[in-house]
Design a protein around this ligand. Structure first.
Ligand SMILES: [Fe+2]
Length: 240
């Protein structure tokens, strides 16, 4: 139903681009063979593997927004927004500084380009904050443009940023960075953590999106090491 509304409301050129991207999502293009380890869930993942997993989730959520009934699609938009907010903050705190440090001028250029893409997505998501249904033409066309650019950004990031980092950054550094990347999940707890109050740090994804990155960096540094947190959680719950 949402797809029919979409066809009615969105310009033909954007329709072609968006539907092409959504159709492509049935094919998993997000990881190279070397990223797909059979027991990946059981082994520790490096930074790039974590990012590629996030990208898979974001693509899947975009597909859900487009393919479900209007009542459900708005819920999937909220889910997508949380994931994009948390993921983009993690990339801005961990991946881009690492690219700038390890890849020189080329790393800086790619990081700046990705930051620009993120900024556009954040502005679109802020605009969509007030949407109660995507059947509204204004919200629908903004969502479609945002999703189209977001999917293109993910492809570009995998083709350029991640490919370069894989080539030039050591596995040891990527494993170290993975710990920090996982630690950013504390910004949006999905369940209570022993070291935190019951209240999430950010009530809405938009509050996370609009918080300056410098402030987030300070908060990020105030958390305990992620491995330590997992250890405490495992001890508390009896789960590994
Ligand atoms: Fe990104």
């Amino acid at each position: 139903m949402l797809a029919r509304t979409f066809v009615r409301l969105v310009s033909p050129s954007l329709q072609v681009s968006y539907f092409h991207r959504i159709a492509m999502l049935t094919t998993d293009t997000s990881a190279t063979q070397s990223d797909k380890k059979p027991s990946q869930t059981m082994t520790k993942q490096n930074l790039l593997e974590l990012i590629l997993d996030d990208h898979k989730e974001i693509r899947a959520f975009c597909k859900q927004v487009q393919s479900t009934e209007p009542k459900e699609s708005i819920k999937w938009l909220h889910q997508l927004t949380w994931e994009v907010a948390r993921h983009s903050v993690a990339e801005e705190l961990i991946l881009y500084p690492l690219m700038e440090k390890e890849l020189g001028d080329e790393g800086r250029r790619m990081a700046d380009s990705s930051r620009y893409d993120h900024q556009r997505t954040k502005e679109d998501l802020q605009f969509l904050e007030n949407a109660t249904t995507l059947e509204d033409p204004e919200y629908m066309s903004r969502y479609v443009r945002m999703a189209d650019e977001l999917l293109e950004h993910l492809d570009k990031e995998e083709r350029d940023d991640i490919a370069h980092v894989r080539k030039f950054v050591s596995e040891e550094l990527l494993m170290e960075a993975a710990k920090d990347f996982k630690r950013t999940k504390h910004f949006v707890p999905t369940r209570p953590h022993p070291e935190m109050s019951q209240k999430p740090l950010f009530e809405t994804p938009y509050s996370l999106i609009v918080t300056p990155i410098d402030k987030l960096r300070d908060m990020f540094r105030s958390f305990p090491d992620h491995d330590k947190v997992e250890e405490v959680e495992a001890r508390a719950t009896g789960h590994k």
